[in-house]
Design a protein around this ligand. Structure first.
Ligand SMILES: Cc1cc2nc3c(=O)[nH]c(=O)nc-3n(C[C@H](O)[C@H](O)[C@H](O)COP(=O)(O)OP(=O)(O)OC[C@H]3O[C@@H](n4cnc5c(N)ncnc54)[C@H](O)[C@@H]3O)c2cc1C
Length: 351
């Protein structure tokens, strides 16, 4: 059986950043079910593709500049925020870079250096921990292959197999449902919508070139019914959502308590959303995926990577703690209403 020091499962944001920053003294294999040769088929992560300033900062620290083909148009500088229950609307300035998430993933994969073995089109089906190693079985071209490693890193997102194997604490999850529509002659804008009767998270509108995306993060129970109910509210603000071009859905993590962030045990480690690194207030996860990956690669320079990863993660945990406090303001209806009524930090729109 083939043996390597480290297997990273997943080459999304966290897996690719981890691979490109990993200490060169380790032999590393990265497995992902996506394929670069055929970008239109295979797995595409449903995501808003808004790169927050912290993600932009980390990319600059790595000396990475985003090429034009990864950007989506237009670049928008404020978010129209609507509370459907209190019937308040405000615009807030934001500093996101609008990217096409799939193109970002494929471009980041292309930045993984040659000495790292990145295998695409590989679906991991089984992970078994033995006394000395971890055995990973995956399907590639309909053939089953097994590799053994000293460390297995789960960069496999919200539905992480590695997290399940660790018996990690349960993390709060929503079902994110998103549909795409033709933008036609609609004026592009970024939207954020609240309705506490449908979700204690939020819904959004994003524009990607000539496509409008309407999505919502919904409780797992009755999520489809709630999504359709949200669409009716959107219709009332004169946005036609009657002819979707496509629909996608996936789980999204949203740590309610710090104890839901879990970094691993023994030979199994977690990074990115698999560990719970995502903002519970905005569901912004790309900067956390990047920063947790950099912490983990740094941790591998020590004799005890897991312990070192815990220590290096303290500032990021504190950041999540602050976002949990922000969630209380955002998602407590009466506090949100007060903030919106005050007009605090809102953009004064010209007629
Ligand atoms: C609808 C939605 C909108 C979002 N919008 C934003 C946004 O605008 N801005 C932002 O910053 N964040 C956003 N997020 C959060 C962000 O997408 C995630 O936090 C981020 O992608 C996490 O990166 P990751 O690398 O940890 O996991 P992922 O990006 O989920 O990557 C996991 C990788 O693992 C691979 N994989 C999984 N299982 C297997 C397997 N069994 N075998 C092989 N490969 C496997 C997948 O192919 C994938 O490439 C959004 C999330 C959702 C759901």
């Amino acid at each position: 059986m083939r043996h390597v020091d480290v297997v990273i499962i997943g080459a999304g944001i966290s897996g690719s950043i981890l691979a490109l920053s990993f200490p060169k003294t380790f032999s590393v294999l990265v497995l992902d079910k996506k394929q670069r040769q055929d970008p239109q088929s295979g797995f595409k992560k449903p995501c808003g593709g808004l790169l927050a300033p912290d993600a932009q900062k980390t990319l600059s620290a790595l000396g990475l500049s985003i090429p034009n083909h990864v950007l989506a148009s237009p670049q928008m500088f404020s978010v129209k925020t609507v509370d459907f229950v209190s019937k308040k609307t405000r615009h807030y300035q934001r500093h996101y870079v609008n990217v096409d998430r799939h193109r970002l993933d494929l471009w980041l994969m292309s930045q993984v250096p040659q000495h790292i073995n990145l295998e695409e089109g590989c679906l991991v089906t089984l992970i078994e921990e033995t006394k000395e190693n971890v055995h990973i079985t995956y399907l590639k071209d309909e053939q089953e292959e097994t590799v053994s490693c000293a460390w297995c890193i789960g960069a496999d997102g919200a539905s992480s197999m590695v997290r399940k194997l660790c018996d990690a604490p349960k993390i709060r999850q929503y079902l994110a449902i998103q549909e795409k529509y033709s933008l036609n002659d609609m004026k592009p804008f970024l939207g954020c919508f609240f309705n506490q009767n449908l979700t204690d998270s939020y819904a959004w509108i994003n524009i990607k070139d000539d496509t409008l995306e309407f999505g919502a993060a919904l409780p797992l129970q009755d999520s489809l019914k709630r999504y359709e109910a949200f669409k009716k509210h959107i219709k009332n603000i004169s946005i036609d959502l009657s002819h979707p071009l496509s629909k996608e859905a996936c789980l999204v993590n949203s740590p309610k308590r710090l104890s839901e962030i879990y970094l691993g045990k023994g030979r199994l480690l977690l990074v990115g959303e698999a560990a719970g690194w995502i903002s519970p207030s905005s569901l912004e996860g790309m900067s956390y995926a990047m920063d947790s990956a950099l912490n983990l690669s740094e941790a591998f320079k020590s004799d005890n990577p897991l312990r070192s990863y815990y220590l290096l993660s303290r500032p990021l945990k504190f950041k999540i703690f602050l976002k949990q406090l922000k969630s209380i303001v955002l998602f407590t209806p009466w506090i949100r209403r007060l903030v919106m009524m005050s007009g605090m930090e809102a953009v004064k729109m010209k007629d």
